[in-house]
Design a protein around this ligand. Structure first.
Ligand SMILES: Cc1cc2nc3c(=O)[nH]c(=O)nc-3n(C[C@H](O)[C@H](O)[C@H](O)COP(=O)(O)O)c2cc1C
Length: 307
């Protein structure tokens, strides 16, 4: 079973990916990190998105979100000319500003565009494509109308988050629909959604022997030792977990501190790191950390965590 690290805009940028690689290798690393999506802005790719991808780690898979073939062409051309050989297609973003324009989760119902994209892929035989999708935008059975088109694409795998776009990131996972989808597609399928512990990974592997792998997002952000625990069949004690979080934090701090000017900017990059792992911190400390408005106050809490 492959274990992949999900893309989360604003969280899993290169600083986080590099810190994770540095602290948890080799047993604790995913088979691949998937980077947050690249999009077209003011008619072009944002150079800083390309720079973030180039920062690594090596093998990070870029993802694109697009509303038509023009955007698909622009983004794939930019990635190919920057040396990327694997591109993941976002068919799952639930944010209304994207979906209203036909991007992300709205794509699951756009048969004509998906056919055109499938055709375009055949002109890029050297690129590995994969898809990350939801079951639909409004209803969990929408995938049925286009899954044959998606399955006929030249894909390495299809990652499925079994919610609708309307659900965003909460609520019931539609496991029955997921099971049916798994039964009809020929491409390797990766499950994604609410994996928080090593036990969750093992349960999915047991329940779906046909699964090619799992992808974890918020669970890995909260517990970056998750894959080490799963692969080595162990439960890390609290001190080891806190030490690992501090080591990751130190790496992220060292990435940003020399390049960002002003403590507000620096804090805006550092505070998100603690958002998901907060469940493992003493509640009071997590709260003070979250509310820190000066670098001195923030660093004082980090020091307390390490003492
Ligand atoms: C803040 C945030 C940003 C996200 N950014 C992306 C993204 O750029 N591309 C994408 O395919 N999914 C994105 N996702 C969805 C995650 O990759 C993943 O599918 C979702 O969180 C469910 O998996 P999890 O329960 O393991 O977190 C994002 C989710 C969140 C909460």
């Amino acid at each position: 079973m492959k274990i992949l690290a999900a893309p989360l805009q604003g969280y899993t940028d290169s600083a986080w990916r590099l810190a994770h690689t540095a602290v948890f290798g080799p047993d604790g690393l995913p088979d691949a990190y998937f980077a947050p999506f690249l999009r077209v802005e003011k008619g072009d790719v944002r150079p800083r998105d390309l720079r973030d991808l180039a920062a690594g780690p090596a093998g990070t898979v870029p993802q694109i979100i697009f509303k038509d073939l023009d955007e698909f062409d622009l983004l794939t051309t930019a990635l190919v000319s920057n040396g990327h050989h694997h591109i993941d297609l976002n068919l799952g973003c639930p944010f209304p500003p994207q979906c209203h324009k036909g991007r992300g989760a709205a794509m699951v119902a756009r048969a004509d565009l998906l056919r055109a994209v499938a055709d375009r892929m055949t002109s890029l035989p050297d690129i590995d494509f994969s898809v990350k999708m939801r079951l639909g935008l409004n209803s969990p059975d929408e995938w049925r109308s286009t899954i044959a088109i998606i399955d006929a694409m030249p894909l390495t795998h299809i990652t499925v988050h079994p919610r609708t776009g309307r659900q965003q990131y909460k609520g019931e996972l539609h496991m029955d629909e997921f099971g049916e989808l798994l039964g009809v597609v020929s491409k390797p399928v990766i499950f994604n959604g609410d994996i928080a512990t090593a036990t969750d990974i093992a349960a999915l592997a047991d329940r779906y022997p046909a699964l090619a792998g799992v992808m974890t997002g918020r669970g890995l952000l909260a517990s970056p030792w998750l894959l080490a625990e799963y692969r080595n069949d162990e439960t890390w004690p609290q001190e080891r977990r806190i030490a690992a979080l501090l080591a990751m934090h130190s790496s992220i701090f060292d990435t940003y501190a020399p390049t960002l000017c002003g403590e507000t900017q620096l804090l805006s990059k550092l505070l998100p790191f603690w958002e998901y792992p907060a469940v493992h911190l003493p509640a009071k400390l997590a709260k003070t950390l979250r509310k820190a408005r000066t670098l001195a106050a923030y660093l004082q809490e980090i020091k307390r965590l390490g003492s």
